[in-house]
Design a protein around this ligand. Structure first.
Ligand SMILES: NC(=O)c1ccc[n+]([C@@H]2O[C@H](COP(=O)([O-])OP(=O)(O)OC[C@H]3O[C@@H](n4cnc5c(N)ncnc54)[C@H](OP(=O)(O)O)[C@@H]3O)[C@@H](O)[C@H]2O)c1
Length: 277
């Protein structure tokens, strides 16, 4: 199948290229090849003659979205509308990558059918993208992921860098989510697109933890536990530009019904650490 991938040089974009490249004819569109903040991207996507588009490209800087919500909406909301319009013209299904941050974080763990209620500009812009997909297309997979690691810039890399520099780290203990390994999501998407069960999915590694527990597991797996001490802090005391939904573990019910489950996040983390060290 001919598959166009947006944001092809991002964390998930790269994992998708690797996972799908052998089996499919992949058209990889990085930010330099495809600008979503311009209606011309519709015609450009149509010219790829893709039979399926996978759309992980997004403005993913959550604090940046809070500082410039218009840009967030143009890229994540309108940009996704453009991708959906291209799919309409191509008569091709769309895989849109969405986020745990469409939920307000007061009632997790969240199932695929739970009501979205985003509380920050990033979440609202990604939810706008979901709505555009649902309004414009009949054949789509909306795949929500969370706390992604797998590329160069993510929480795991940050903790490794800080732990190499310091003996004490302060970590938020009351923000809870589902750490998720990008190559595992890519493998799940490969299974998903092989069957026409369109709809909304949560593809996250099994289990959940706080930022503090996530960091503790990273430190433990790399053998720094003796040297590096972790201090728990409250989300309310961690000053940043965006508000954060505090409790957003995702439950995979819909993909599991198709036999698609991602392994426990601790095992995926061990795999990632062995790749990068
Ligand atoms: N990372 C997470 O923890 C997380 C959690 C939940 C959901 N998600 C969702 O998962 C998806 C993949 O995340 P990721 O971590 O792989 O993101 P990423 O590494 O930030 O990759 C996103 C890609 O989109 C590109 N992009 C940004 N603005 C663009 C624009 N205006 N036009 C075209 N391309 C643009 C970026 O290019 P430049 O870098 O060159 O701008 C980047 O290569 C996203 O849709 C995100 O919302 C991520």
């Amino acid at each position: 199948m001919r598959i166009a991938i947006t944001g092809a040089n991002g964390q998930l974009g790269r994992a998708l290229q690797q996972r799908l490249g052998g089996e499919h004819d992949v058209v990889a569109l990085g930010h330099t090849e495809l600008e979503l903040d311009a209606p011309a991207c519709v015609a450009q996507l149509v010219r790829t003659r893709a039979e399926l588009i996978i759309h992980p490209a997004a403005y993913t800087n959550v604090d940046g979205c809070a500082r410039d919500p218009d840009h967030a909406f143009r890229v994540n909301g309108l940009g996704t509308q453009y991708v959906a319009l291209a799919c309409q013209q191509l008569n091709a299904p769309l895989v849109y990558i969405s986020t745990n941050e469409v939920f307000d974080g007061t009632g997790g763990p969240y199932f695929e059918y739970d009501r979205a209620s985003p509380i920050n500009a990033y979440g609202r812009s990604k939810w706008a993208g979901e709505q555009a997909v649902r309004e414009l297309l009949q054949r789509f997979y909306i795949v929500r992921v969370a706390w992604l690691f797998g590329g160069e810039r993510n929480f795991v890399r940050t903790i490794l860098r800080l732990a190499a520099e310091r003996d004490q780290l302060a970590l938020v203990a009351d923000e809870v989510g589902s750490p998720t390994y990008a190559p595992d999501v890519a493998a799940g998407i490969a299974q998903l697109i092989a069957q026409p069960f369109y709809g909304t999915y949560h593809l996250v590694n099994e289990g959940s933890c706080s930022r503090y527990e996530f960091a503790a597991e990273i430190i433990r797996q790399v053998g720094y536990s003796e040297r590096v001490t972790l201090a728990p802090i409250a989300l309310a005391d961690y000053k940043r530009d965006s508000v954060v939904p505090p409790h957003t573990p995702l439950r995979n019910l819909a993909a599991a019904a198709l036999g698609i489950r991602l392994r426990p996040w601790q095992n995926a983390l061990a795999d990632y650490l062995s790749q990068i060290r």
